[in-house]
Design a protein around this ligand. Structure first.
Ligand SMILES: Nc1nc2c(ncn2[C@@H]2O[C@H](COP(=O)(O)OP(=O)(O)OP(=O)(O)O)[C@@H](O)[C@H]2O)c(=O)[nH]1
Ligand SMILES: [Mg+2]
Length: 354
């Protein structure tokens, strides 16, 4: 992809548009797209339940708080029954108890609810993989219900793969009144008309399969965002010496038996999530950006930097030279994974105006 001389923000915008348009085109093929008959049925089932539940808990991804809006709700629901929750804010992750208090206060504050009722139901909805089931389980765990009820109640299945929840199921999270949360299958509209929204969803959420665009394009998009952010500056302290030390420590741990080395040392090189590899990746990214003498605001220069980073990361991920051109794909896969699990900094991709 080549864009000429209109600035780096333009480059990111064009990259995002190009990715979004390619995804939308690919998704219009019914066999490849995300809008399967199952998702269509789930969307109908959720829409039918909206009038029956007391309120809706719309779970959004904190990294894309606007792009992860559940569009089905926009047409079906009055705002007074819609509570928006940001998930995947890893710093706020352990505050579910506070969140439960917040929810109970919201319920008390709702004017159209008869508070003398003994049961209230809220339905959790959201895009794939946003963490609905994980949140439902956490609310159930901290819920104000008896220990016996906690013990015997089922848990929602949580998985790193999108589309894991197949049915609408209910978990109790409070007594007096009884409060139930309905965990639901994930939904997305058949087409995501805003190409930039589509590309942010593809990059971040796992809601859209990487196969619809290609990991190399997504990794290029991520690197453009990283290069223009301040996140890499946090890695300035990762000197070569420090990295070397963590590698030696790691080897010592393996040989001393402190950390079992189950499948031999070579196996460890293939696990790119280990600290010594993540440190190496961060350090290489920091070095390539800080030593870069091109103009970051020029998209031609920015594209050159990204090319250089792909090459440098081949070594950082310990990929064998024999891989040749395939190395780029492997770099892309590993880089995207590290970004998605939060090991390469924290980013809010939607433009938020305050
Ligand atoms: N870092 C982080 N990961 C989370 C958080 N909440 C959930 N996850 C992870 O995100 C992945 C998806 O979580 P689920 O709860 O299965 O998501 P879902 O929305 O129910 O997804 P479906 O499979 O489409 O039903 C799992 O690997 C969870 O461990 C969070 O707050 N932070
Ligand atoms: Mg689920």
């Amino acid at each position: 992809m080549a864009f000429n001389g209109r600035g780096s923000n333009y480059y990111i915008k064009m990259l995002a548009s190009e990715i979004g348009n390619t995804i939308n085109k690919a998704a219009s093929n019914r066999e490849k797209g995300w809008y399967t008959p199952f998702m269509a049925a789930a969307s109908r089932a959720i829409a039918e339940r909206i009038p029956l539940v007391d309120f809706i808990l719309e779970v959004r991804d904190a990294r894309i708080p606007l792009s992860s809006e559940c569009q089905l709700l926009t047409n079906h629901l009055p705002c007074s029954r819609r509570i928006i929750v940001m998930n995947k804010m890893d710093l706020a992750n352990r505050s579910h108890l506070k969140f439960l208090n917040f929810l109970q206060a919201q319920i008390k504050g709702l004017k159209n609810i008869d508070h003398s009722r003994s049961t209230l139901t809220m339905m959790m909805v959201g895009i794939p993989n946003v963490g609905k089931s994980a949140l439902a389980n956490s609310l159930h765990q901290v819920g104000r219900i008896s220990a016996a009820e906690k013990g015997k109640l089922k848990h929602a299945k949580v998985s790193p793969h999108p589309g894991e929840t197949k049915d609408i199921s209910s978990l109790k999270i409070g007594s007096h009144p009884n409060i139930y949360v309905l965990d639901t299958p994930s939904i997305l509209p058949p087409q995501i008309l805003d190409a930039e929204v589509c590309s942010r969803l593809a990059l971040t959420a796992g809601a859209i399969s990487d196969s619809l665009i290609g990991e190399k394009e997504l990794a290029q998009y991520f690197l453009a965002i990283l290069n223009l952010s301040d996140e890499y500056k946090k890695w300035a302290k990762l000197s070569a010496l420090e990295n070397e030390r963590s590698f030696i420590d790691h080897k010592e741990e393996c040989s001393s038996g402190r950390q079992p080395c189950m499948k031999g040392e070579r196996q460890h090189f293939t696990d790119h999530t280990q600290d010594f590899i993540v440190h190496n990746v961060r350090r290489k990214l920091f070095e390539t950006i800080s030593c870069f003498n091109g103009d970051m605001q020029n998209e031609v220069d920015l594209e050159k930097l990204i090319e250089l980073q792909f090459t440098t990361l081949t070594e950082a991920f310990h990929l064998p030279i024999e891989l040749g051109d395939n190395a780029r794909s492997k770099v892309a896969t590993k880089l995207l994974n590290l970004y998605r699990i939060g090991r390469l900094g924290h980013y809010t991709l939607d433009p938020l105006a305050f």
